[in-house]
Write a protein that binds this ligand. Structure first.
Ligand code: SF4
Length: 279
């Protein structure tokens, strides 16, 4: 053993061990959030070429800017879904936003800085639905503008070569859940009519849900995202492609995860074009 190792401070070793345990715990929480309930050790096949475009992970912010860790996901409680406004056949996004107003329909209003309604092309053929605003989104009032948002933009613009401004992006809740936790079922239920209004206004040809909470809400059942991702689903007659959340990809930035999301997005864009989409 080297003299350096012999002189290692027991406090440093304890700190290092604590970091390892904390990282493992965070990884398990991430997996639980994404609906993973079993694990298989993948067999790496070096001869299989990775063909997905290399998308650089956005540069990490200083430690102080890291979002708080998420809590384990809550189960969908479909009995909480409420009747919302009758949007009629052709609502506009402006009408939906006006009806939302200075919303205080759930407890998420208490700590928000801004309502993050959504952004993008009001006539988009493809619509992305995430779970809720994070810190940057809450400050700027726009969805997906933090690190996960930068990755989503790269996935859209470099991965499937569509300008971000051509798609519409929103979340299932419009106010930031404290500590970036998942939205509670009653919060998602309170905000659901406005998501329905956005979908009715945009009339996308294809919806892509990002992560487990959005897929579970729109599919009306608690899904394991690693099982449903990449499979075509249906939301009121609109083809729906569930995929992994960019924040999960950032935490598990592996070629395999990037390849899976790239394949999901390619399938979504291809379906959108089959259905006459213009992007
Ligand atoms: S999350 Fe939705 S329902 Fe809750 S206060 Fe915000 S806008 Fe209203």
């Amino acid at each position: 053993m080297s003299s350096e190792a012999n002189n290692e401070n027991p406090g440093d070793v304890r700190d290092a061990l604590r970091d390892v345990v904390a990282s493992a715990r965070e990884w398990l929480v991430d997996l639980a959030e994404e609906g993973v309930d079993d694990l298989e050790v993948p067999v790496v096949e070096p001869s299989v070429a990775f063909t997905a475009p290399v998308v650089e992970a956005p540069a990490a912010k200083p430690a102080a800017a890291e979002p708080p860790r998420r809590t384990a996901p809550e189960r969908a409680d479909l009995s909480l879904l409420r009747e919302g406004p009758d949007w009629g056949a052709n609502p506009t996004l402006d009408q939906v936003r006006e009806t939302l107003g200075d919303c205080q329909r759930c407890e998420l209003c208490a700590r928000r800085q801004t309502i993050v309604f959504g952004s993008g092309n009001p006539d988009a053929d493809i619509m992305f639905v995430g779970e809720g605003p994070g810190e940057q989104e809450d400050k700027q009032g726009l969805p997906f503008v933090g690190r996960a948002g930068e990755l989503l933009t790269q996935m859209i613009e470099k991965g499937v070569e569509i300008p971000r401004s051509d798609v519409y992006i929103c979340n299932i809740v419009k106010c930031r859940p404290p500590g970036n936790r998942n939205p509670k079922p009653e919060e998602a239920a309170a905000c659901r009519p406005f998501l329905d209004g956005q979908i009715a206004a945009v009339k996308p040809k294809v919806i892509v849900t990002l992560g487990k909470p959005a897929a579970s809400l729109l599919l009306g059942r608690d899904v394991a995202i690693t099982r449903v991702r990449g499979t075509w689903q249906d939301y009121q007659g609109i083809p729906l492609m569930p995929t992994l959340h960019p924040a999960f990809i950032l935490r598990q930035y592996t070629p395999e995860n990037r390849r899976l999301v790239w394949e999901d997005l390619k399938a979504a864009v291809s379906r959108m074009r089959e259905l006459g989409g213009r992007s």
